[in-house]
Design a protein around this ligand. Structure first.
Ligand code: GRG
Length: 318
């Protein structure tokens, strides 16, 4: 970590916060932290080993852990801004819970009645590796486990309640689930406008990604100004993430993506490149990343990795 970007007064728990020389090792270490925790939680084999196996298979099968890492990093950044002790153990259950809920959304999204896909994270989708009923139940159980983990974090009750409520709102009918419904309704429709596309993605992808950042800030007891900055950062990041997703679906291949490339066109979905073209879509994503980083700068949130995650969202290859 570049020392100049970290306040000299920053209090850090050296046992838990290693100093990373580069962004790649930071991402790797945070991913490992989340996965080690998930491995312990999902090691249970009681009642139905097949169900637990399917849950394990669907959540510990690769994945960038972007949402969990965003939660941890937002927490760390706000603690650092306010010279508070960083104790990642306090938010790790929330980061892991977020990844369970995310895994659940992928399992259900891949089902034949939704996007009907065979490949996820470079492996057969849950319903292909197991069967549809097991995939449905594994998704259900991952959702419940995710919510339970959010409540298990060692935080004051009021904060814990607020965090769980933010996450539930982001995945419910006013968030991800609602967005998925609109996506299904928009499929095969020829006249979806840019405003409608944006609204759908704000719900389907943006709301949960934003919540992942926000709850990290809430766990660190961010003030109003910091919450506002994190909200702008997260919403811009969420939209940029989706635009890049559309571009990758068009420009990359299934091996690199770990999921079926070219699906949007095959399913006649409206996308950013379809409405704006490739160059303008990329420019829009780049501008959103500038907006995200400017919001952090203006609120004097200086954790370098929060900025680098924004660049990573733009530059990612899968
Ligand atoms: C959560 C209650 C509840 C219901 C889910 C199926 C469904 C309803 C929603 C689908 C949401 C969905 C799949 C949105 C797509 C978001 C997206 C682009 C996911 C890919 O995220 P990455 O690239 O994946 O971060 P990895 O594999 O890296 O984790």
């Amino acid at each position: 970590m570049s020392k100049s970007l970290v306040s000299p007064n920053t209090v850090q728990n050296e046992e838990q916060i290693q100093q990373f020389s580069d962004f790649k090792s930071f991402l790797g270490a945070r991913k490992q932290l989340i996965e080690d925790y998930l491995n312990k939680i999902l090691a249970c084999r009681e009642a139905s080993p097949r169900l637990w196996e399917a849950m394990h298979y669907s959540s510990l099968n690769g994945g960038k852990r972007l949402r969990g890492i965003l939660c941890l990093t937002a927490y760390e950044a706000i603690c650092q801004s306010n010279n508070k002790l960083v104790d990642l153990a306090k938010v790790l259950p929330i980061a892991a819970g977020i990844e369970c809920i995310h895994a659940m959304s992928l399992v259900h999204d891949d089902l034949p009645c939704m996007d009907n896909d065979d490949l996820r994270r470079g492996k057969p989708t849950c319903h292909k590796a197991y069967d549809e009923a097991t995939a449905l139940l594994a998704g259900d159980a991952l959702l419940v486990e995710g919510i339970h983990l959010c409540l298990k974090a060692d935080l004051p009750a009021e904060i814990s309640k607020k965090i769980t409520s933010v996450i539930l709102e982001a995945v419910g009918a006013l968030g991800m689930t609602g967005g998925q419904m609109v996506d299904l309704e928009n499929t095969n429709k020829d006249n979806v406008s840019l405003a409608e596309l944006e609204e759908m993605h704000k719900l389907k992808t943006g709301a949960f990604l934003s919540a992942s950042v926000l709850v990290g800030g809430l766990a660190a007891e961010a003030d109003e100004k910091e919450i506002q900055a994190l909200t702008i950062y997260a919403e811009s990041l969420g939209l940029a993430f989706q635009i890049v997703d559309d571009l990758l679906d068009l420009e990359s291949d299934s091996t690199t993506l770990g999921k079926t490339a070219g699906k949007d066109e095959a399913q006649n979905k409206t996308t950013y490149p379809k409405l704006l073209g490739l160059a303008e879509s990329r420019l829009k994503a780049e501008n959103l990343i500038v907006i995200a980083k400017t919001a952090l700068e203006e609120a004097k949130i200086s954790n370098p990795f929060l900025y680098q995650i924004a660049d990573y969202v733009l530059e990612r290859k899968y």
